[in-house]
Design a protein around this ligand. Structure first.
Ligand code: TYM
Length: 329
């Protein structure tokens, strides 16, 4: 079977080098493997308080980043989740097939809700994986490229598909998460035991950082004791993270990166990693800026929503029929 690929990015905070290496950089390669549905998870962004103008601007950014990364709008459907109403409609159905117990065990929910008073936790944050599962099954996606932190959500989607299909027959396609072999979890530069995340300005490299800031951040990355540039996640988490970043950007293995740096000391090593990040981000930012200025993303998103709706509405109809909703037209 030809592959169906689906993934999304949530327009909260600033996109990081973690998002770039974990998913964005590899997406153009997916175009050769099958039909791609790539979207901006703007409804998911509403699950925590966000300023309307910031949300709009972040959505423009992500659309432009997708294009700057090399996604060809003629070959993929690139769209806003909120502009394909089937996501919300399927969400309303699927919320009946995932249970409170399993939703409350999700790591992301536990981490995010821990920072908020209980009386202020929105239902959307709790039900986040229901919408995400709906995103995935709507396109009969079998491949879902994500970073490590989203694996648990894709696993829950698989549970949902099993449960739903057992009850109603073979209605939904079983998806599978696909992670990069290396780079599925880029760590914070200031604390390499923590994931690089959109809400950690010190340890992050943001895709919109200027090049002087990028260099400064890499040069001040936390390193480990010793002086050898060797990959050892436990004893040398900082060096291992920088090696991972370098290997991913240069499309080489960790072993090849280690070999390249065999005679290096930490200072020169960091300089070269910083240069690799600059070499990648500088042209990327230039392409991004051209897309933002030309507003070409608008036409792309409109056409993307049209293409995506065609496929999504078919799945929605199939699900409605399966669960017994009467169709009058
Ligand atoms: P989001 O917006 O948090 O992240 C987008 C993608 O980037 C990956 N990622 C990382 N990869 C490597 N290292 C890191 N430090 C790092 N940080 C983030 C994430 O794993 C993700 O793949 N819930 C999703 C958006 C979403 C979605 C979907 C994804 C909504 N519906 C359906 C796939 C399928 C999210 O918030 O990703």
């Amino acid at each position: 079977m030809a592959e169906r690929i689906l993934t999304g990015i949530k327009p909260t905070g600033q996109l990081t080098l973690g998002n770039y290496i974990g998913v964005l950089k590899n997406l153009p390669k997916m175009m050769d493997r099958g039909e791609c549905f790539i979207f901006i998870a703007d409804l998911h962004a509403l699950t925590l308080p966000i300023d309307p103008e910031v949300l709009r601007q972040n959505s423009v950014d992500i659309a432009s980043f997708y294009l700057a990364a090399g996604l060809d709008p003629k070959r993929v459907a690139l769209f806003l989740q909120s502009e394909v109403s089937a996501h919300s409609e399927l969400n309303a159905i699927m919320q009946n097939y995932l249970y409170m117990g399993e939703l409350s065990r999700m790591t992301q929910f536990k981490e995010k809700s821990a920072k908020i008073k209980e009386s202020g936790i929105g239902l959307g944050l709790f039900a986040y994986p229901v919408l995400m599962a709906s995103d995935i099954v709507l396109y009969d996606a079998n491949i879902v490229p994500v970073g490590e932190d989203q694996i648990q959500h894709v696993e829950l989607t698989r549970d949902l598909v099993n449960r739903f299909n057992q009850r109603y027959g073979n209605v939904l396609q079983m998806p599978k998460a696909e992670m990069r072999k290396i780079g599925a979890r880029i760590m914070s530069l200031s604390d390499p035991t923590k994931k690089m995340s959109k809400s950690d300005p010190k340890g992050d490299i943001f895709l919109k950082d200027d090049m002087a800031t990028v260099r400064k951040k890499v040069m001040s990355a936390v390193t480990d004791s010793g002086s050898e540039v060797k990959y050892d996640e436990e004893k040398k988490p900082g060096i291992s993270n920088l090696l991972t970043i370098y290997a991913c950007l240069k499309d080489i293995t960790i072993a090849e990166a280690e070999k390249h740096f065999v005679d290096y000391r930490y200072g020169d090593f960091k300089k070269e990693v910083a240069q690799a990040v600059v070499d990648e981000l500088e042209p990327f930012q230039k392409r991004y800026q051209e897309i933002v200025d030309s507003k070409s993303y608008l036409e792309v998103l409109k056409e993307g929503a049209r293409k995506a709706s065609e496929v999504a509405n078919k799945t929605l109809l199939r699900v409605k029929k399966a669960v017994g909703l009467l169709i009058s037209k």
